[in-house]
Design a protein around this ligand. Sequence first.
Ligand code: PLP
Length: 381
Amino acid sequence: MTDHRDIEQANNWIELSSSALLHNATLFRRLIGRDLAFMAVVKANAYGHGMLPVAKTIEESCADWFGVFTAAEGLALREAGITVPILVLGATSRDQIDCAVEAGLRLSIMSTRGVKDLLDHPSCARVPVHLKLETGTNRQGLVGAQLPQAVSLLAGGGVTIEGAYTHFADIEDTTDHIFAAGQIDRFTALLEQMDVTVPIPHTACTAATILFSDTHFQMVRVGIGLFGLWPSRETQVSAAALERNDLDLRPVMTWKTRIAQIKDVPTGEYVGYGRTFRATRPTRIAVLPVGYADGYDRKLSGGAHTLVRGTRAPVVGRICMNLTMVDVTDVAQARAGDEVVLLGSVGDESVSAEDLARLADTINYEIVTRAAPGSPRILVP
Ligand SMILES: *Cc1c(COP(=O)(O)O)cnc(C)c1O
């Protein structure tokens, strides 16, 4: 794992607050109670936070399960010493099943093809499966006659059906949860139609976990909330209506870079490609070695703020592939080598994933997930 030396050499890096992570996990544990299982969803490098440092921090005290997208991610968790059950949420192709068997992963079954591929594997009986049921998202999921057929084929092959699950289409997109309620009804009806009893039915992502305890079943699958972010404004509004908005989620990620150079730009001069910024006063510019190649979205050009010595410093001109310029005229102390916060807080000032998402016309999920790919991740208290 990363240590401080890597950060000294990195142009940008991510700091993960282990106390925030543990705090958020504890909030969800309190919400669901002792008896249900808590799955920490750590796909996509734990939404950009860093899968291994996140998993290691919460495995012992908080996570009963981990959810990943690919068998390779599950194998990486096993190689890092993670021993709790791991569910692969994506489809696992024929040639990935070996890896899943070796790592002792649970696989999701979402197509007839998936059933056949698994049954063709000589060790298929060693792989417990979770059936993904179609209830309205029309993305992954067994539909109609595929479900009874899968159940009987798997049972015939000696495969254990450990779980059955579904995923909500719009639970975080609206304050009207009629469609989600319909999905629960369809899910329950499908469970009842199955000839076998499934020990672990599960449906709840973060928004469902927060809003509706009838979505919890035997396990919840929490991603974004674990990282201290609300799934959406709509979820916050809905939580307020249910008086559940006191959930004190704490953002885990701080994204940092360091000033590469400071320069003085005279009045009337331009900054950056396209000359979109023109100095209207003698201006001090800090050049940051981070750009859209690092996930610092070009749509943040001319809109985002960074924090330099705890003071807001606006991005000026266009964000480049590897560089960004910020105005530090009002931060007299700014020097080359100073740490700069791109996402996170310093004292009372903060730049949130939601702030950046608004500017980049996307959701907080995408901002954190695409932050600083390949750069070091380090745990801080
Ligand atoms: C990503 C994912 C989750 C987690 O969703 P959050 O909104 O981040 O909590 C849960 N279930 C499935 C199937 C997923 O793919």
